[in-house]
Design a protein around this ligand. Structure first.
Ligand code: GDP
Ligand code: IMO
Ligand code: MG
Length: 420
């Protein structure tokens, strides 16, 4: 029996989907605990490419149980559309579970997400406009609508009536925008509730029973450490806790039961949306990483900003998550570079290196490592990597002081070096 967490150690898109899919081979349960359909997780199996947003990557295996925990915010319409797309591709939802305590993303959340971004102008966050921030805001403000409310028609009608009155006042008086129709939302959401109801359950209890029955339970992170509402580059963050601590509050599964916390990081760094990024490249090297790494967002299609690996930030991710091991992805993307830079510290910052990186106020100091020419795509044996690549990986491992147990050598399920 094992309980493992997979979290992003950077600004998201580290390859968590691929890693979870690989781990899911031995999982009984895979659980999403934070975020919503702002996430976009790519899994490639032979010639089939899947892009998952709300549904755990384990859905690709018919016998694994896929769970959406209470910490996730669920857009029911987006979830149903994602389920339909996967069903059309022959996937089964017989083992799919949704927490009754998860909060629901409502149409006004999406509306406010867009309006706030517009109002902020040059200071915008660059959100995915999926309504994630406003949904978590309502959760904390204690006026959210939960899945258990959605599937209870009387309750839903009352709650919607109450909250929509307030939301429409803001739409009208603050933003000078058209009010939303109660009837339209009611009709759409009650229809969605009927479809989702069979999957709704007490997922904390489900996981407790699984644990007591010695099942393997894996938690699939969304977003990444540097997007965490508490530990990320605030305010350029998402509105949840994608770090390891979010697992317990986001699933009702206690911390004493967790064995292993696996961080996922790219061998370089990317970010979608606005905010500081000290090692960002604005030259042809950035374009090289973007093109070779296919760095375009799964959810919004936006080009990802690219830069060199930032070791102080990676060490920070090891610390705030308590990582026990790291998966280093996309090492294959670096093949063909004459030299590879790595940020090891920041100028003029001797006391608080991680905050400097998070706020982007200090200039990075780089160390340069020799690159390699050999195409390493699909290599599964560490000893078959060019010596320069081996040295580069060993250097990172020494710096972060935890083992690098998996090395990504391509996007497909089997493109990986497993070191333990
Ligand atoms: P996630 O959000 O963390 O699941 O990551 P995304 O799916 O948004 O982005 C990661 C991208 O990198 C996807 O297109 C993956 O197919 C791809 N990928 C994952 N691991 C590797 C790797 O080791 N090498 C290469 N070349 N691509 C990878
Ligand atoms: P996965 O799970 C990368 C970013 C957005 C924006 C900020 C806030 O695929 O790694 P939000 O819509 O959450 O309010 O946007 O967070 N962001 C992500 N960036 N990968 C993600 O998910 C992200 N989810 C949100 O681009 O900068
Ligand atoms: Mg992604």
């Amino acid at each position: 029996m094992a309980v493992k967490i997979v979290v992003g150690a950077q600004w998201g898109d580290e390859g968590k989907g691929k890693v979870t899919d690989k781990l899911a081979e031995t999982a009984d349960y895979v659980v999403r605990f934070s975020g919503g359909n702002n996430a976009g997780h790519t899994v490639i199996v032979e010639d089939d490419k899947y892009e998952l947003h709300l549904i755990p990557s384990s859905i690709l295996y018919p016998n694994k149980k896929s769970v959406i925990g209470n910490g996730v915010v669920i857009d029911p319409l987006a979830l149903i559309s994602e389920m339909e797309g996967l069903k059309e591709r022959g996937l089964s939802f017989d083992n799919f579970y949704i927490s009754e305590q998860a909060h629901v993303v409502m149409p006004y959340h999406k509306e406010f997400d867009g309006l706030e971004e517009k109002r902020k102008g040059d200071n915008k966050i660059g959100t995915t406009k999926k309504g994630i921030g406003p949904a978590y805001t309502d959760k904390v403000a204690r006026r959210g609508i939960r899945v258990c409310d959605l599937i209870n028609e009387d309750k839903f009608k009352k709650k919607l009536d109450n909250v929509l009155e307030y939301k429409n006042l803001i739409l009208d008086k603050v933003y000078n925008e058209k009010k939303l129709s109660y009837e339209n939302i009611l009709e759409q959401y009650l229809k969605a509730a009927e479809i989702l109801k069979p999957y709704v359950t007490d997922t904390s209890k489900l996981l407790d029973e699984a644990y007591k029955n010695d099942k393997n339970i894996f938690f699939e992170g969304a977003q990444g450490t540097l997007l965490d509402i508490d530990y990320g580059s605030y305010p350029y963050v998402t509105s949840s806790n994608p770090t390891a601590g979010g697992v317990c509050t986001g699933s009702g599964f206690g911390p004493t039961r967790i064995d292993d916390i696996i961080g996922v990081a790219k061998a370089y760094l990317t970010r979608v949306g606005a905010g500081p990024f000290p090692t960002e490249l604005f030259n042809e090297m950035g374009t090289f990483l973007q093109e070779k790494g296919h760095e375009y967002g799964v959810t919004t299609g936006r080009a990802r900003r690219c830069g060199w690996l930032d070791l102080p930030l990676l060490k920070y991710a090891v610390r705030v998550n308590g990582l026990t091991e790291l998966v280093l992805t996309k090492v294959d993307v670096l093949s063909g570079l004459e030299e590879i830079k790595v940020c090891t510290s920041y100028k003029g910052d001797s006391c608080n290196i991680s905050q400097a990186g998070l706020q982007g106020d200090n200039e990075p100091i780089y160390e340069i490592y020799p690159g390699w020419n050999k195409d390493i795509k699909g290599i599964q044996d560490f000893n078959k990597l060019p010596s320069e690549a081996q040295k580069f990986i060993n250097m990172i491992e020494k710096e972060i002081e935890i083992p690098i147990t998996v090395i990504g050598t391509g996007p497909e399920r089997e493109d990986a070096i497993i070191r333990k």
